[in-house]
Ligand binder design. Structure first.
Ligand SMILES: *Cc1c(COP(=O)(O)O)cnc(C)c1O
Ligand SMILES: [Zn+2]
Length: 411
């Protein structure tokens, strides 16, 4: 379509053609898709975008495909909710939830990245797609890969939530459950990717895959009436989503779709796996790998590939990083459910609990327009709440038994 200049090394800026490659041959820096913003700027307006179907391809000029979208025609354009009850509890006045717990079809923001990755895999003529996953990517590649007719090899840590494993298995991929944590799975997958000609969505297709995360940021701006928020709070695993949300904001500025950009970007992690937020708090961009131990398994990456870039975005925009305990995660999941009716997964608990702390410490102003990114659905991590929810009232199937229970409820 003429909007893509090629791939470009994030470190030395050396340019590469559009191919399934991901590291710079000269400095080993990661490759990123580069666009011709002048051409994009001349080609679209906000009105034009508004007239398009409500899926993530409405921002297609900013996405790295050459032909027609192949996957994801029903993906994206999730609700941006202005909260009332939750805002009141947190003492805020402009608190929004970007609700990616309802992305089609697999109920996490990973459907965004997978839509781009599989469309690109098709353009590159791969017949097998693969991934290293902390759970949601496994689900999304299994689902989207099934419909679009790919062979699928899905690598996960064997210790994932049972519900996420079943959610992947129902699509009958080749599910490889590795006796090890995500970082070990990922290392193994890099080896496999070197040996087999597969499209590993988050390894050799990563530069394209990662661009899909931008659509969350584009939607936030459009849904705020073509304005960037004052603050955005983003959960971090590898750190990619955070850097891409920021990239989306800068691209809308660069192409004149918004006039002002003064957003602070905040990172949220679980205390049991916080290499990025720890670095931010210590004022360094040196990421010290950790061994994850948290209920927020979708965020449990101890050696985050984009941690360095994520911490830089946070520092450059004047944001901050906050991490939260497993108990704080559970409390925040329940708070979000009870106030806004949204059942988020553990990662959502991380983001909301972190937001709460950022407000209490004054890092986020109570009147500022703040967007909290909820990235996955609670139905997929139910076991985290097992002993943390109230009990049903057990009764016999007769009115006397019901009224006995009612009496207890009312006293
Ligand atoms: C994968 C994932 C993230 C973060 O992904 P990055 O690797 O940081 O891009 C956030 N939330 C959920 C629910 C996820 O599955
Ligand atoms: Zn380089």
């Amino acid at each position: 379509m003429g909007f893509i200049k090629g791939l470009k090394c994030r470190e030395c800026a050396r340019e590469y053609p559009v191919e399934p490659i991901y590291v710079c041959e000269f400095c080993f820096g990661p490759l990123e898709v580069a666009y011709d913003y002048e051409t994009i700027s001349a080609a679209i307006t906000t009105e034009e975008i508004e007239g398009r179907p409500k899926n993530l391809w409405r921002y297609r000029e900013f996405l790295p495909i050459d032909g027609k979208p192949y996957v994801g025609l029903n993906t994206g354009y999730t609700p941006l909710i202005k909260t009332e009850n939750l805002a009141r509890v947190l003492g805020m006045r402009n608190l929004y939830i970007k609700d990616d717990s309802v992305v089609y079809p697999s109920l996490s923001f990973k459907d965004r990245v997978v839509s781009i990755a599989l469309t690109k895999a098709k353009e590159f003529d791969f017949d097998t797609v693969a991934c290293a996953s902390t759970g949601n990517l496994a689900h999304s590649v299994s689902a989207n890969g099934a419909v679009s007719g790919f062979n699928r090899f899905i690598f996960i840590p064997a210790s994932l939530e049972a519900s996420k494993i079943i959610a992947s298995l129902v699509y009958e991929p080749n599910l490889i459950a590795v006796d090890g944590n995500y970082d070990e799975v990922n290392r193994l997958c890099s080896e496999v990717a070197n040996k087999y000609k597969w499209a590993f969505v988050n390894i050799n297709i990563r530069p394209f895959y990662a661009e899909g995360s931008k659509t969350l940021g584009f939607e936030v701006i459009e849904q705020l009436g073509w304005k960037a928020p004052d603050n955005v709070v983003v959960p971090c695993a590898s750190g990619s989503l955070l850097t891409k949300i920021w990239k989306s904001f800068t691209e809308f500025k660069e192409t004149g779709l918004i006039q002002d950009l003064d957003t602070k970007v905040f990172a949220a992690q679980a205390a049991g796996c916080s290499p990025i937020t720890q670095a931010i708090q210590q004022g360094t961009d040196l990421i010290k790998p950790v061994k994850p131990d948290t209920i927020a398994k979708s965020l449990a990456i101890g050696n985050p590939a984009d941690g360095f870039y994520a911490s830089r975005v946070v520092a450059d925009t004047g944001g901050y990083g906050e991490d939260v305990t497993d108990q704080e995660i559970i409390d925040a999941m329940k708070l979000l459910a009870r106030t806004e009716g949204i059942f988020a997964e553990t990662a959502g608990g991380v983001t909301l609990a972190a937001t709460r702390k950022l407000v209490e410490s004054g890092k986020i102003g109570r009147d500022e327009v703040t967007v909290v990114c909820i990235t996955g659905n609670g139905l997929k991590t139910q076991e985290a709440l097992q002993s943390h929810v109230i009990s049903p009232h057990y009764i016999k199937p007769n009115i006397a038994s019901f009224e006995e229970a009612l009496e207890k409820i009312n006293t």
